[in-house]
Design a protein around this ligand. Structure first.
Ligand code: SF4
Ligand code: SF4
Length: 106
């Protein structure tokens, strides 16, 4: 598998800290909700967006507008650099849909 090379740097736009992104297991979601369309309707009632669906990877990308409690007014992380969560420290690992992000991939 070819890995994309990351370039650029964080420009403190803060967008990755304002939206919570979670990857769900498609087969589990269908089992829980009966059908994927039922799950889609339920998520829309709860303000959860479906960003991506991959039957091949059995995965569903979910997004919620839940800003992080540790994001400061000037878009810095209050936990940086010593106790930042692992997932935040490595972000982004692959292309995302945040236009203001200072990172890009080739
Ligand atoms: S812990 Fe820091 S880097 Fe992670 S989402 Fe919160 S503010 Fe952003
Ligand atoms: S979206 Fe990119 S540039 Fe903006 S805060 Fe997150 S890592 Fe930094």
């Amino acid at each position: 598998m070819n890995r994309l090379k990351r370039e650029g740097e964080c420009v403190s736009c803060g967008q990755c800290c304002r939206v919570l992104r979670i990857t769900g297991i498609l087969s589990n979601i269908v089992a829980q909700h009966g059908t994927f369309e039922d799950a889609r309707a339920y998520y829309s009632y709860r303000g959860i967006r479906i960003s991506d669906v991959s039957r091949e990877l059995d995965a569903v990308g979910l997004e919620m507008d839940i800003p992080c409690d540790k994001l400061t007014e000037d878009n810095k992380c209050a936990l940086h650099p010593n106790s930042k969560p692992f997932i935040c420290d490595r972000y982004p690992q692959f292309p995302d849909d945040i236009e203001s992000c200072g990172y890009s991939f080739k």
